[in-house]
Every structure is written in structure tokens, then in C-alpha cells.
Write a protein that binds this ligand. Structure first.
Ligand code: NAP
Length: 546
């Protein structure tokens, strides 16, 4: 363990220079930033590599019009520092991307994080050296770093995907992915704009794009269930109240299945046990309140298909009330299970299709055949536009990890290890890859929770683990294959008790051609935290420590 963040230099046989640190962290989003801060506080030297020019991760890249968090701002923030909690002022119920990015930059300034972050630098390879029990990390700037520990803080939704449609490079107008929106913005005034995709990114962007551009054409393959966000300025009294009892507020949220929403009314009864009047009253209240916890109006909406149908019908009825043209309303009406693709929250999404400058094209039966120089073509029709926006999502949870050539013990690569889908112990570690950790990795609650809270729990578990290894005088920790097998069974068993596996979602990797279909996140935050703590208390059971 080093006492400062200074590095010693060493020459490599290939001529590269290297520097030694205790820990290399990949990514300077909320996970990488807190990992750096926490490890520094424990006295370790850290180097963070980040592809962007500044901190912020997902909030650095996703600058599309309308980008906003779907977790309330008083909850979607770090809880580790009471002064930070008190000092930062949120302005809206749900923060916009610029405000969250400003918060990330404030945190970087406040804790002087940038000095240990190498920006515009991608990690290309990471190799575990069994002779020295260390990781050798090579980066896009030609540098190499040797570290004892290697932490992937690469985010769950950061590896963007483009659809497999021929001709994308032939389009002569402007092509943009929502997840790589240019910093300088895009001029949309007087432009004919097309957008492919109606997931969270598309649903957030579409109403704002429609206001800005001349004509907007939305290419929709699967209609979306979306619930009003009811975003509004954050009342001062609410912020003052929460700040006066922030610890208690956080504790109550930690006890929730998604680590959020403790102050939303909770119901633990079946939809089948209430009258029709009560059912509609609760859904109507949830619709009026806004937010993702619409699904918590009953205890069985995500586990019982007949219960789920009531929720589906409620939202379908709302669509038919909001959308004026019955043909457009029919195209916008989903048929699948509600909630098994991530539920979206919106601001004026359905009403946007009443605007004269917005056209909806259903490509479910007539798929996009090719992108042309001036637009795109389906089997039946050609479309022309100036700007083409891909809101087509991400290679979720595993994409950014698999993009790095990581080689563990005995020459095993992470790509080989996960060729039939991701397998982890606790969503944090992988047998064969000693001293490597993934923050919010597959097999952990991650995307099914308030991400910042899940990130904090992982960061603290990892730093405690490293400190424990040092107090033991141990040099490596590695998950056992049996622990991994049990964990994978546990994650699957939890998912199978729900309706989540029932449709083609990115939770299952179903949006990426050829990706093995595995339900990747773990349901239930509090039980997960208990299990992680128990593993640590039992001297890291399920691991071999040497
Ligand atoms: P997504 O949910 O995966 O949506 C991708 C969209 O692209 C889907 O509508 C998909 O249709 C469509 N698509 C893909 N290939 C297509 C093709 N060849 N032709 C036509 N349509 C095609 O991606 P996302 O919207 O970026 O959201 C991903 C996740 O990021 C969200 O679920 C959420 O967790 C997170 N996110 C959060 C926020 C927030 O906090 N508010 C905002 C944005 C994103 P199909 O459904 O038919 O596949």
C-alpha cells in the first residue's frame, strides 16, 4: 500500500513506460469518481482512465435534448458526504442532464479528483500477471500501468448500439446517437429530423425535438408504456425538509427493494383482492403522482400476468384519451407485459403525436430495409430527412466490460469466460480474474435500483475488501467457481419468479443480435446488501484469499 498517489516508474520490454499504483479504475462517472475518493481516503494510490474529456460518465455522454433522470433528484445524489448533501441545491423534482453533469463536476472540484484521472484515455487491455499478482493495463495513449487491483467502473448503459441496417454510412445528412450527443449541440431549427427508437431516450427526446425542428418522423418498432414524470420545480420547503433529516431519509430508501421511493405510498396487497373502484383509484393516483413507482400500486403487477393486464389496460386507456387520431393511438398502444421492458417516464410524450409536425411510422410489420443517402427506405416507402437520430440503446451491463481485452489467470479472457452470458459472484467479481472488481456488474441490483446508491454500496464493499486483504497480509482475492454457480442460480431464480424474462428487453441482452439471453440484474437491494455484508463478515466466504 502506498502512502500517497505518487507513482514509481518502470520500463517494459516492449519499450512502454509504466507507472505503479495500488488500484486502476476504468471510468470517471459516478462509480469511478467515488471509487477514487474512497480509496484515496483509505491511503491508496489510484489512477482513473476515462475516455471523455471530463467526469460524469453517462451524464457526460447523454446530452440529447430532454435527457433527464428518472429517479428524483434528492435521491439520485451521493449520500456519502453530509456536507455535500447539504450544500448542493437541486432545482427540479427530476434533474436534467446539465444539472447532473454540473453536480458531477462540482464533486470533482470539491474532492480534487481530476488530478488522478487521465482523460481522453481508453483502457485497451488488462492482463493479470500471475508471477507478480498484479494487473498490467495498457491505454490508448500508449502508456501502461501496473496495479494490484483493477476496477471496472464503466457503467451499465455506456456502450452504444446501432441497428444492423445497411447503409448507415451512406446517409449524407447528420447522424447522431442519443448516447453520443455532440457537446456543441446540433442545429435542428428548420430541419427535417428522423428518430429511430422509442425507449427511454427516444421518449424523452421526442417531445423536445418536436418543439425544435421543422418536421419530426418517429420510426417505432415496439410501442412503449410510459407514465407521466410530472416533473416540476423542486419546492424549497421539500428540499429543506429532506435536508433536515437526510440520514433518516436515506436509511428509509436503503430499505426499499429499489433503494428509492420510501415516501411513496406502499401497497402490499394483490390487485385481485380489491374492488374495481379501488384498483382504478390507485392507478389513477399513481398516474397523477407520476414516476416509475406506478408498478408498486399492488404487490403482484410484476409477478402475475393477469394482474399485469389490469395495469396494461389502464395505460392503454390513457393513450386513447390523450392521442386524438385513433389510428395513431392504435399504433402507439403496446400489447406486451408492462414493466418487463424498463418502464419509461415522460413529459408530454403521447400528446406530442397530436402535433401537426410529427409523424409516426410503425416499422414493426414493415422494417427499415436500408439507410439511403437522403433518408431511409422500408419495403413499402422511402423517407427523406436532414438529421437521423439513433435512440437505439446500449449493449447493456456487459458491453463496456467486454470492449476491453481483459485476460485473467491461465490466459482466460473475459470474452471467453462470458461467451454464454455473464457469470459473476455477487455481481462484483469473476473466478479466474483475481483482484478485479466490477462496480454494478451483471448479477448485482444495479439498473433495477437508484444507481448512485448501488454504486456507493459497491465502492464501499470493494474498498473494505482491499483494506481487509492488507490487514491479513494477503495479496489476492478470487471468487470460487462454486460460489459463482450458486450466485448465477440465485439471480436466475429471483428473475424467474417475475414477469421480467417475458419480453425482448436489454435486461436480457435481447436488443443485441447474437447476445446470449440471460437476465442480468438481480432483484432486491436490501437482501443483496445483507448478503454482501455477510460474505465480508464471514472472512469473504466464497473467495480464495492468498
Ligand atoms: P432502449 O430502451 O434499448 O431502446 C432502444 C429503442 O430502439 C427501442 O425502441 C428499440 O425497439 C429501437 N430499435 C432498435 N433497433 C431498431 C431497429 N432496427 N428498427 C427500429 N427500432 C429499433 O434504449 P434507450 O432508450 O437508450 O434506453 C436504455 C436505458 O437507458 C433505459 O431503459 C434506461 O435504463 C436508461 N435511460 C434512462 C433514462 C432516464 O433516467 N430517464 C433516459 C434514457 C435512458 P424495440 O423495443 O423493438 O427493440
Amino acid at each position: 500500500m502506498s502512502n500517497s498517489s505518487s507513482k514509481s516508474s518502470e520500463g517494459f520490454s516492449n519499450g512502454l513506460t509504466s507507472s505503479d499504483v495500488d488500484v486502476v479504475v476504468v471510468g470517471a462517472g459516478f462509480a469511478g469518481m467515488y471509487m477514487l475518493h474512497r480509496l484515496r481516503m483509505c491511503g491508496y494510490s489510484v489512477r482513473v482512465f476515462e475516455a471523455g474529456t471530463d467526469v460524469g460518465g453517462t451524464w457526460y455522454w447523454n446530452r440529447y435534448p430532454g435527457a433527464r433522470c428518472d429517479v428524483e433528484s434528492l435521491e439520485y445524489s451521493y449520500s456519502f458526504d453530509a456536507d455535500l448533501e447539504q450544500d448542493w441545491e437541486w432545482t427540479e423534482r427530476y434533474s436534467s442532464q446539465p444539472e447532473i453533469l454540473a453536480y458531477a463536476k462540482h464533486v470533482a472540484d470539491r474532492f480534487d479528483l481530476r488530478s488522478d484521472i487521465s482523460f481522453e484515455t481508453r483502457v485497451e487491455t488488462a492482463d493479470f500477471d500471475e508471477s507478480t499478482n498484479s494487473w498490467r493495463i495498457q491505454t490508448s495513449d500508449g502508456g501502461a500501468t501496473v496495479s494490484r487491483f483493477f476496477v471496472m467502473a464503466t457503467g451499465c448503459l455506456s456502450s452504444t448500439t446501432l441497428p444492423d441496417i445497411p447503409g448507415i454510412e451512406d446517409f449524407e445528412g447528420t447522424t447522431i446517437h442519443t448516447g453520443q450527443w455532440p457537446k456543441e449541440g446540433v442545429q435542428l431549427k428548420d430541419k427535417r429530423v428522423a428518430i429511430i427508437g422509442t425507449g427511454s431516450s427516444g421518449v424523452q427526446a421526442i417531445p423536445v425535438l418536436a418543439e425544435e425542428c421543422k418536421e419530426l418522423t418517429v420510426f417505432q418498432r415496439t410501442p412503449q408504456y410510459t407514465i407521466p414524470a410530472r416533473n416540476e420545480p423542486l419546492e424549497t420547503a421539500r428540499q429543506v425538509d429532506v435536508k433536515s433529516r437526510y440520514r433518516e431519509f436515506r436509511e428509509a430508501n436503503f430499505a426499499m427493494p429499489q433503494a428509492l421511493g420510501s415516501e411513496i405510498p406502499k401497497f402490499n396487497d394483490s390487485i385481485h383482492d380489491v374492488s374495481e373502484e379501488e384498483r382504478l383509484r390507485r392507478f389513477e393516483n399513481a398516474w397523477e403522482r407520476g414516476g416509475t413507482l406506478f408498478m408498486s400500486s399492488f404487490n403482484d403487477v410484476l409477478v402475475d400476468e393477469s394482474a399485469n393486464e389490469y395495469a396494461q389496460d389502464f395505460v392503454r386507456e390513457k393513450i386513447s384519451e390523450i392521442v386524438e387520431d385513433p389510428e395513431v393511438a392504435a399504433k402507439l398502444t403496446p400489447e406486451h407485459i408492462i414493466g418487463c421492458k424498463r418502464l419509461v417516464i415522460d413529459t408530454d410524450y403521447f400528446a406530442t403525436f397530436n402535433r401537426p409536425n410529427v409523424q409516426l411510422v410503425d416499422v414493426s410489420g414493415d422494417p427499415i430495409q436500408e439507410i439511403t443517402s437522403s433518408g431511409l427506405a422500408t419495403q413499402e416507402k422511402d423517407f427523406e430527412f436532414d438529421v437521423l437520430i439513433f435512440a437505439t440503446g446500449f449493449d447493456a451491463m456487459t458491453g463496456s466490460i467486454l470492449r476491453v481485452a481483459i485476460t485473467g489467470r491461465d490466459g482466460l479472457t473475459i470474452q471467453e469466460k462470458w461467451s454464454a452470458g455473464p457469470r459473476t459472484y455477487l455481481g462484483l467479481t469473476v473466478p479466474g480474474f483475481p483482484n478485479m472488481f466490477a462496480i454494478s456488474g451483471p448479477g448485482s441490483p444495479s439498473v433495477l435500483t437508484n444507481m448512485i446508491i448501488s454504486i456507493e454500496q459497491h465502492v464501499e464493499w470493494i474498498s473494505d475488501c482491499i483494506r481487509w486483504l492488507d490487514t491479513k497480509g494477503a495479496s489476492t482475492i478470487e471468487a470460487l467457481p462454486a460460489a459463482e454457480d450458486d450466485w448465477v442460480d440465485h439471480v436466475n431464480a429471483k428473475a424467474e419468479r417475475t414477469l421480467f424474462p417475458g419480453c425482448n428487453s436489454w435486461y436480457l441482452g435481447a436488443n443485441v443480435p447474437g447476445k446470449t439471453r440471460v437476465f442480468m440484474p438481480l432483484l432486491g437491494f436490501p437482501g443483496y446488501v445483507r448478503r454482501c455484508n455477510q460474505v465480508a463478515e464471514n472472512d469473504y466466504e466464497g473467495f480464495v484469499v492468498q
